[in-house]
Write a protein that binds this ligand. Structure first.
Ligand code: NAG
Ligand code: NAG
Ligand code: NAG
Length: 169
């Protein structure tokens, strides 16, 4: 199977899983504990936070909770994949150093975070996430609830497929 075919199969699988999960309930305004039980620290392997992120559906209005000890770890945000890949603090757009830190996600798109202490980023204490823009409900519709139920899953699913393709690059 070609790479593209494989990806689109994966995307289709993802799409149906998203639609199925959305029938069970909305995921708006969720708190995501970064790294789950490990919190924000030097991970057991380089893909630990990447694996964590790929198992989450993150959208606007959600919050990232970074649990860490102040002075031992911190969080810097950088605006591009290039800086993130290089663990470069040449252009830091946000910096947090008093754990725990809660970051509310107010804009759609990619966000890049890593720990700026020592070589922590190099060993994998870094997190790239894709924030989905869930389609807003149409204003002043009498059937707004039904419309949300129909529109949001499609918007979210499309966004998640976009996320999958972007992260696979
Ligand atoms: C995220 O979406 C996937 C489908 O892509 C679903 O299987 C999973 O349960 C969702 N995870 C969460 C935490 O909502
Ligand atoms: C990384 O560590 C986590 C937690 O110990 C583990 O579940 C995962 O399989 C590991 N991944 C690799 C690529 O070793
Ligand atoms: C730093 O990043 C911001 C946000 O992307 C950008 O507007 C700015 O031009 C960058 N500055 C430098 C010096 O690269």
């Amino acid at each position: 199977m070609s790479m593209a075919a494989c990806r689109s199969r994966h995307a289709l699988w993802l799409l149906s899983a998203v639609l199925a999960s959305l029938v069970a309930g909305s995921t708006a305004g969720v708190y995501h504990i970064v790294g789950a039980g490990k919190g924000w620290r030097m991970p057991p392997n380089k893909t630990y936070y990447e694996d964590w992120a790929s198992s989450r559906n993150i959208s606007i209005g959600d919050k990232l909770m970074f649990l860490y000890r102040s002075g031992v770890y911190n969080i810097v945000e950088v605006p591009s994949r290039e800086l993130f890949d290089a663990c470069s603090m040449r252009n830091v757009t946000n910096r947090y150093q008093r754990g725990p830190t809660i970051i509310e996600l107010t804009e759609p798109g990619m966000r890049y975070y890593f720990c700026g202490v020592g070589e922590h980023c190099e060993v994998g204490q870094k997190l790239a996430i894709y924030v989905c823009a869930v389609a807003p409900p149409p204003p002043d519709e009498p059937s707004a609830v039904a419309a949300v139920a129909l529109i949001s899953p499609a918007g979210l699913a499309a966004c998640l497929v976009a996320a999958l393709l972007i992260m696979a690059l």
